[in-house]
Design a protein around this ligand. Structure first.
Ligand SMILES: Cc1cc2nc3c(=O)[nH]c(=O)nc-3n(C[C@H](O)[C@H](O)[C@H](O)COP(=O)(O)O)c2cc1C
Length: 205
């Protein structure tokens, strides 16, 4: 038995709660931008993923028109900072709806470091920074998807093993439904099966 949910018969908010509770876990892009006036802004976005590999393009969605979106449109640049477990409360602090013109870096006491290829700064304590040039935006309903071409990636040596980011060192945070967040645990490994090696469905082997 299943319970049916018809978005047409539900409020926006009710269906939003269902979507965000079932599209889980979502990685968090901690997006830094700089306004046309030079104020540095920082806000988490969990509607976030990879859009293209070549060229490397990442995407996040702004639901409504927020400072992050305004700044990206005004300057064409942003940085996706990795959201690690250790910065749980700081990340949440930067999701506060501070008035326009307030820098979340200052309000939440978050140290910056300069980016190499773009003007918005990195979060100094975040282990990965993807420096992006705006590729395009796409308006869908009450959201705007922002696509950014990654022009530089800066990864802390603390999380690299043999030159590759190691999940046990990265310790990513993700968003679930309600006010729930999650850490990664129980990592499992399995190789992709080539058709030449196919031995039937998993349950039958
Ligand atoms: C973990 C987390 C994830 C969030 N994800 C999104 C998101 O994907 N899209 C969005 O529009 N807002 C998201 N928000 C809310 C924004 O971060 C919040 O509205 C913030 O104040 C926007 O800041 P800004 O106006 O400086 O851009 C999220 C908040 C948190 C705490």
């Amino acid at each position: 038995m299943r319970t049916d949910f018809d978005p047409a018969a539900m409020s926006r908010n009710e269906f939003y709660k269902l979507l965000t509770a079932t599209v889980v876990p979502r990685p968090i892009a901690w997006v830094s931008t700089t306004s046309a006036h030079g104020t540095h802004n920082l806000a988490p976005h969990s509607f976030f993923t990879i859009a293209s590999v070549a060229p490397p393009v990442v995407q996040f969605s702004s639901v409504g028109r927020k400072d992050t979106l305004h700044n990206v449109e005004a300057t064409g640049q942003f940085v996706v900072n990795f959201a690690p477990e250790g910065l749980f409360e700081q990340i949440n602090d930067t999701g506060t709806d501070f008035p326009h013109g307030v820098s979340e870096f200052e309000a939440a006491g978050i140290a910056t470091e300069p980016s190499l290829r773009v003007k918005p700064p990195r979060v100094a304590a975040s282990p990965v920074a993807l420096e992006c040039e705006l590729h395009s935006t796409l308006r869908i309903g009450d959201g705007t998807v922002v696509f950014g071409r990654v022009v530089h990636a800066a990864v802390s040596e603390d999380v690299l093993v043999d030159g590759h980011p190691e999940i046990s060192r990265l310790k990513p945070l993700s968003r679930l439904g309600k006010d729930e967040w999650a850490a990664v645990s129980g990592v499992r490994e399995i190789s992709r099966i080539r058709h030449a090696d196919w031995r039937g469905p998993a349950g039958d082997r």
